[in-house]
Design a protein around this ligand. Structure first.
Ligand code: NAD
Length: 450
């Protein structure tokens, strides 16, 4: 759905919005729309330890221009603060203040990225725990202060070091237009699993794309976020098997024909759904995206069994059943990667959505609890929690509620289905296997439960 306000404040009403202090969302630089002037700008890498130098070397090896000190008058693509050697909160000040001084040089839709040790209070000294937890508060607050489509996110090292392949993959994702609608979030790298992808390989498409040669199943692929996921996975080289309800058969066929994939019409809650999906795939599944989902909103006082049960059945029980069937029959390929759709409602809760929030929080739990099993097959399982995304689902909201929901994020706009699809493509890539059991929010740093 079109955000008319966003078009107006970037056109005829720009000055009026500025004068009245109204929200001024900007058009985000997404993958494929990024102007050369932005991609060619240098990246400022801050930090005094060996980690910062290693990271600067990695960027240089991948053809990026790197600065270790801000140079006056130069616009920056990104500021990366490497804080992996911070041992106490007092250690943070030189680097965070240098980052702050460079913020005015950040180009529109630029990036701030922190790299630090993951909080693990049970195994860290109180001082270290204060420092690393402090960095998360810092990063989220910087994200709230970003302007002109810029974002701030963090990479957390949880037992992995800076040389882990998924640190590089996380950097490419966060630096690129693929993460346009991700802000105030953290990517936790917990192992050195995965392939080391260079920036060019990560950004390539088609036969050279990061998903080339892989077989991907996407449920709910006929429209909205699911259709965008199917298109993106195919763009990045995967062969896509789209699944949707028989009544959505025509729309599904349109999507799969467009991308040279295959369509399977079925209800994922049917007892034989997993078997039929496996039959249609005709071989091991490399990527499985559990996207199909429904809402049946009602306040709990008015909730009936039909609404409650149908949401649980589609949004969580079907995922559990399909995963279990494929695992039991040995139909997950070695290195298989699963990505499930959660929701910010599953994190923060939402009025009128007890059934939906239960199912989506369930997805987050299922994902975390399945990580070890998937790591055992050299793969991964993660979830993506979208905030307000412009689809048929959110078009049903009352106009005023929709307008408010759009402006309630740091980026002051709703996300596009492609924003969720990009995060899923990243988490389904071989470079991201060191990120496992996590839930990544794609919500523009929505204030709800932030
Ligand atoms: P949508 O309603 O536009 O599309 C959902 C698709 O799933 C439809 O094509 C539908 O036919 C299919 N589907 C539903 N039940 C099915 C079943 N039993 N078997 C097979 N297919 C089925 O929804 P969307 O907005 O694109 O959302 C996609 C996913 O993202 C959902 O899981 C949703 O909960 C989640 N999500 C969306 C938003 C948002 O803002 N749109 C926010 C958070 C989470």
């Amino acid at each position: 759905m079109k955000d008319t306000y966003l078009s107006l404040v970037n056109g005829p009403l720009k000055q009026v919005a500025k004068t009245l202090g109204l929200p001024q969302p900007v058009e985000l630089n997404r993958f494929g729309s990024t102007p050369a002037s932005y991609t060619n700008r240098p990246v400022l890498v801050l930090g005094s330890g060996p980690g910062a130098q290693n990271l600067a070397d990695l960027l240089l090896e991948n053809g990026l221009e790197v600065r270790r000190n801000a140079q006056s008058g130069e616009k920056l693509r990104a500021i990366i603060a490497v804080l992996d050697d911070a041992k106490s909160p007092a250690d943070l000040s030189p680097i965070v203040l240098e980052a702050g001084a460079a913020l005015r040089s950040l180009a529109p839709c630029g990036r701030v990225i922190t790299v630090s040790t993951a909080p693990d209070a049970k195994n860290q000294t109180p001082e270290l725990a204060a420092a690393v937890q402090g960095i998360t508060g810092f990063t989220r607050s910087v994200a709230h202060e970003m302007r002109a489509g810029a974002t701030a996110n963090g990479i957390l090292l949880d037992g992995a070091d800076l040389t882990a392949p998924s640190v590089a993959a996380a950097l490419w994702f966060l630096l690129s237009g693929k993460s346009a609608y991700v802000s105030g979030q953290f990517l936790t790298v917990s192992s050195d699993a995965g392939e080391r992808l260079g920036l060019d390989a990560f950004m390539s498409t088609g036969a050279n794309g990061p998903l080339a040669g892989r077989r991907a199943v996407v449920t709910g692929a006929a429209r909205g976020i699911g259709a965008a996921i199917a298109r993106n996975l195919a763009r990045d080289g995967a062969y896509v098997i789209g699944v949707d309800m028989p009544q959505a058969g025509q729309a599904l066929a349109q999507v799969t024909n467009e991308i040279g994939g295959k369509s399977v019409q079925l209800d994922i809650t049917a007892a034989d759904a997993a078997e039929k999906i496996a039959e249609a795939v005709g071989g091991p599944v490399d990527i499985l995206v559990h996207n199909a989902g429904i809402t049946r909103d009602k306040m709990l006082a008015n909730m009936d069994a039909g609404r409650w049960d149908s949401v649980i059945a589609v949004n969580i029980a079907a995922q559990t059943m399909i995963n279990a069937h494929l695992a039991e029959k040995g139909l997950f390929a070695d290195g298989a990667q699963v990505v499930s759709l959660a929701s910010t409602s599953g994190i923060a809760g939402n009025r009128g959505q007890t059934n939906y929030a239960t199912s989506k929080a369930g997805v987050i739990g299922l994902t975390a609890a399945s990580a070890e099993e998937f790591a055992g097959r050299h793969g991964s399982i993660n979830a993506v929690a979208p905030g307000f995304i412009e689809t048929d689902m959110t078009a049903k909201m009352p106009t005023l509620t929709r307008q408010v929901a759009r402006r309630l994020s740091s980026l002051q706009q709703g996300g596009q289905p492609v924003d969720v699809a990009e995060a899923i493509g990243f988490l389904a890539s071989s470079g991201a296997r060191g990120i496992n059991g996590e839930t990544l929010r794609v919500c523009g740093q929505n204030m709800v439960g932030a």
